[in-house]
Design a protein around this ligand. Structure first.
Ligand code: NAP
Length: 258
């Protein structure tokens, strides 16, 4: 295997393709902007066409926004058909698409359980598996997990369980793929300011209360920004992290230390 040495190369991503699932809002969209600012060509996906259109407009010519529902295997294959037409290998795959629905354990029905696992775990699994023909030695995969995979929070049992499985998957897959010179790692965000909180399915006042409690509890006394998460993603995607394999980098302002 070729040893890829750290190079502090500001052009490392120049003209390379970075694919980001769930790249139409929050962390994924900021991450797309960040890679573009480092010279990359970016493909983002999501389900909603209006979000894809606004992401395409915001990201400009160096991006392609493609509709894909990662819970549907055919939809993932169709997305990779678009990659094929680009005639490029994927330098970095960011496995980011996920949903988080709040519900007490007693109220989680089969539909909510399946939605959570189909997107957050099965979707991630097959997004990576179907990417293999487009990855090469030196490619990197960054999977977005969550501190909830080790730190319990009420009303997020299905989400946390899916993210725990994802953490395990990152470790297994990293061993499967390092023989091909492909490094797999995870970024585990804590509370980050994105639209995700508005999609919990709670009343606005309840969501605001949760956010306030989190901010007060946080050692750093605030939410993180999507850019602070994108910085960690780019680090694990780059050769600056060339000896890091199967790791989970926590980006949470210290809240999981409590
Ligand atoms: N924000 C936080 O505090 C936090 C904390 C821990 C972990 N995370 C993780 O960070 C990642 C990004 O979250 P975020 O906060 O940026 O959330 P977000 O703003 O809600 O973004 C989620 C993205 O995923 C897409 N998506 C959802 N389901 C999809 C599907 N089935 N197929 C394709 N795309 C799908 C969404 O677009 P569509 O809805 O249009 O499909 C959207 O682009 C997630 O993995 C999340 O679990 C976030």
């Amino acid at each position: 295997m070729t040893i890829v040495t750290p190079n502090n190369n500001p052009d490392e991503f120049k003209d390379h393709l970075v694919l980001i699932t769930g790249g139409t809002s929050g962390i994924g969209l900021t991450c797309a902007r960040d890679f573009i600012s480092h010279g990359a060509h970016v493909m983002v996906c999501g389900r909603r066409q209006d979000r894809l259109d606004s992401a395409q407009k915001a990201l400009g010519d160096q991006a392609i926004a493609v509709q894909c529902d990662v819970s549907n295997l055919q939809s993932i294959s169709d997305m990779y058909q678009v990659v094929k037409t680009q005639g490029k290998c994927i330098k970095t795959l960011v496995v980011n698409a996920a949903v988080a629905k709040a519900a007490s354990f007693a109220n989680i029905d089969e539909e909510m359980f399946d939605l959570t696992f189909d997107i957050n775990l099965k979707g991630a699994f097959f997004t990576i598996q179907k990417a293999l023909p487009f990855l090469q030695e030196g490619s990197t995969i960054v999977v977005i997990t969550s501190i909830s995979n080790q730190h319990a929070a009420p009303n997020f049992s299905a989400y946390s369980a899916a993210k725990s499985a994802l953490r395990s998957l990152v470790k297994s897959i990293s061993l499967d793929l390092i023989n091909k010179g492909i490094r797999v790692n995870a970024v585990s965000p804590g509370p980050i300011s994105t639209d995700m909180y508005d999609k919990f399915g709670l009343a606005q006042s309840e969501t605001e209360k949760i956010k306030q409690v989190i901010s007060n509890k946080s050692p750093i006394k605030r939410f993180g920004t999507p850019q602070e998460t994108a910085n960690a993603i780019r680090f694990l995607a780059s050769s600056e992290s060339s000896y890091i394999v199967g790791a989970e980098l926590v980006v949470d302002g210290g809240i999981s230390l409590l």
